[in-house]
Design a protein around this ligand. Structure first.
Ligand SMILES: [Zn+2]
Length: 487
């Protein structure tokens, strides 16, 4: 765990790539840089963008090294495989090369900072091939600072190369962007990161269980630096053997399986069961907010699995999560998942202003289970129409199966002077015929139809309107005696 100097070095620094072949998960970027270095067409300004920890600053330093490396024998040229032994490589790695100037725009945003940095831009490099200006978080520069930079960028001296890094590419002026070769650094794919972390763990003599590794990689969210830092932390947390439990404790995570348990009881409409499960997880040390956040993650997971089962190919998922996720998602409809998602988001908002988080979470469980039981507006209209259809058909002495959608009724029949009953029937048939199980049809259409229906009724004899309203209410109660979830 100790470096050769005997001083402890954090793993993220220790395993920072020293040449482009060691950069992981950015194959496209590496290929383009290799090609441009080989052909000698090096851009005068680069901009590297991507989320935190994907390797922007590392790539910037590698570019500076590659452009200035002279090789062990001092005869080398521009390369993507810097020797890491020549004076330039060593000075750049230590951050004290005279011709490689780094500035963090997050702390130095003003025009004077940029002027100071660009002071020497016209002079030839002292010892290196190129004078390299690395500006990190470049989007933080002030407007006037950008203008000052732009002047140099419009006509840079031949020996100067700018490398900008940013997490917020949209905040960088187009005038700057258009003068740069842009590289978008991708989040690292889970399987690539798992492999990388495993090799680091082996070199460090640490044992990481498969499930634990999956948890670490998932928490890293595609960032190599975060992944390595988490591994570093887990190693010191566990004294060499990292189990899933160690990783979960360290990350403050709730067991995914238990969150699935909770989702199952909620969607079953079992409020008592949900409260019990919540309490149990709370007693085991999970914060109410974490439980709800994980629940929202699970609802998202179930929805995505429902759309595309290929999502389950994610190597960070355990076999149990895969099989249970698939089973549960197949039992739930999109409207139910969607409604639960919206509710959990709202509850999370409310939680922040609630004096007692556990109390708020308990109320949330009760609300969620009740809403899970309710039919969706779509189902409501459908069931209500069927109910009304059955009733009126019974009154007319026709079995409900013989209903003809209004469009199919011959025109002369439709035009015949409408008695109240036939008009009523017509409307019911209309709504019964339309809201089939097509999920793509927005439920709003059904609402509009329902309103139209009411409008028509209210235009009629007011005495009859009262009668119909009662009938309407009665049928709603009949249709939903217990308001059970439609499976
Ligand atoms: Zn070198």
């Amino acid at each position: 765990m100790n470096s050769s100097t005997g001083k402890y070095q954090v793993l993220a620094r220790k395993y920072r790539p020293t040449r482009f072949s060691e950069v992981i998960g950015q194959d496209a970027l590496v290929r383009v840089i290799e090609n441009s270095f080989q052909s000698g067409r090096i851009a005068q300004a680069f901009i590297l963008t991507g989320v935190r920890g994907v390797g922007k600053t590392t790539t910037a330093r590698l570019l500076a090294k590659g452009m200035n490396c002279i090789g062990k024998d001092g005869q080398g040229t521009v390369t993507t495989e810097p020797c890491n032994e020549c004076i330039h490589c060593i000075a750049i790695a230590n951050g004290n090369h005279m011709d490689v100037l780094e500035m963090d725009a997050a702390s130095r945003t003003g025009v004077n900072d940029i002027r100071e940095l660009l002071d020497t831009v016209q002079y030839q490099p002292n010892t290196a091939r190129y004078k390299v200006y690395i500006i990190d978080e470049v989007h933080m520069l002030s407007r006037s600072a950008f203008n000052a930079l732009l002047k140099t960028l419009e006509e840079p001296p031949e020996h100067v190369v700018f490398i900008f890094a940013t997490t917020e590419i949209r905040m960088v002026p187009v005038t700057i962007l258009s003068r740069c070769q842009r590289f978008d650094l991708r989040r690292i794919e889970p399987h690539v990161l798992i492999k990388h972390l495993q090799s680091i763990a082996e070199q460090e003599g640490a044992r990481v269980d498969e499930d634990a590794m999956k948890l670490l990689v998932r928490a890293a969210e595609g960032s190599v630096r975060d992944g390595i830092s988490l591994l570093d932390q887990a190693i010191s947390f566990s004294e060499g053997h990292i189990t899933a439990e160690v990783a979960r404790n360290m990350l403050g995570l709730v067991d995914k399986g238990r969150i699935l348990d909770l989702a199952e009881v909620i969607f079953r409409g079992d409020a008592a069961g949900a409260l019990e499960e919540l309490k149990a997880q709370y007693n085991d040390g999970a914060a109410p907010q974490t439980i709800l956040m994980d629940l929202s993650e699970t609802i998202h997971f179930l929805s995505v699995v429902k759309i595309n089962a290929k999502t389950l190919d994610d190597p960070t998922l355990s076999p149990e999560e895969k099989s249970r996720g698939l089973e549960l998602s197949s039992k739930l409809s999109f409207p139910v998942l969607h409604r639960a998602w919206q509710m959990v988001l709202k509850i999370l908002q409310e939680l922040s202003c609630s004096p007692d988080h556990m109390m708020a979470a308990e109320m949330a469980m009760i609300r969620l289970t009740h809403v899970a039981e309710l039919p969706t507006p779509h189902e409501m209209v459908k069931r209500f129409s069927t109910k009304m259809g059955d009733q009126t058909a019974k009154e007319a002495g026709n079995p409900p199966e013989e209903k003809i959608p209004v469009e199919k009724v011959p025109a002369e029949r439709r035009e015949s002077p409408p008695s109240d009953k036939s008009k009523d029937e017509e409307n019911i048939q209309k709504s019964a015929a339309e809201p089939k199980t097509d999920l793509r049809e927005p439920p709003e259409t059904n609402y509009i139809q329902a309103n139209d229906q009411e409008q028509q009724i209210s235009n009629e004899n007011p005495k009859q309107k009262g009668f119909k309203d009662n009938k309407l209410v009665a049928s709603v109660f009949e249709a939903f005696p217990e308001a059970k979830l439609v499976k």
